[in-house]
Design a protein around this ligand. Structure first.
Ligand code: THU
Length: 169
């Protein structure tokens, strides 16, 4: 028998950054600051990320490109690996992401790629709590979405490595 299932996700849309609470707004502005260190000569597409830790510490990351294209890294993973390398015993509460290009006006918030979501999920699993993701469109909307699983419900989790522990559906 075939069973059809529907999954839905809830997220919040703020029309402008001004509608956010002060902490979320500040983190979006930190992501905007991180755009300055983007090294993106090949795409011309700057991405900035800022991570807020439980301790209040903020960590930046930006996309770093390479002439050998796959060797580059997204802003989210640059920030997340900075976190993992330098603050291994802390917890992430929020990550804000924004983008800019002088080629066109970015009209929607940038959304993280699958690889970045996979890495985000790993740190959520490690710290046993989900992370709030703020997707900030400069001079536009902010989408607030909680947890990597909201983006990718069928994400690969480490429980897939254990034969009898897969309770996906
Ligand atoms: N990029 C990010 O840094 N994060 C995303 O969420 C999407 C894409 C970067 C990778 C590359 O340097 C450029 O944006 C164009 O894909």
């Amino acid at each position: 028998m075939v069973t059809e299932k529907t999954l839905s996700i809830a997220f919040h849309i703020y029309n402008t950054i001004a509608e956010l609470g002060p902490e979320d707004k500040q983190l979006c502005l930190e992501a905007e600051k991180a755009l300055n260190s983007s090294y993106s000569p090949y795409s011309g597409f700057r991405v900035g990320a800022a991570i807020l830790l439980e301790s209040g510490k903020i960590i930046h990351g930006s996309n770093q490109e390479n002439a050998a294209f796959p060797s580059g890294l997204c802003a989210e993973r640059a920030a997340l690996f900075n976190f993992g390398s330098n603050y291994p015993n802390e917890k992430i509460t929020h990550i804000a992401i924004t983008s800019y290009t002088d080629k066109f006006v970015v009209e929607n918030p940038v959304t993280p790629c699958g690889a970045c979501l996979q890495v985000l999920a790993e740190y959520e699993r490690k710290q046993v709590s989900e992370i709030e993701v703020l997707l900030y469109c400069l001079n536009g909307a902010v989408w607030k979405i909680k947890g990597a699983k909201a983006f990718l419900p069928f994400l690969f989790f480490e429980n897939r490595l254990n034969r009898s522990d897969d309770k996906t559906a």
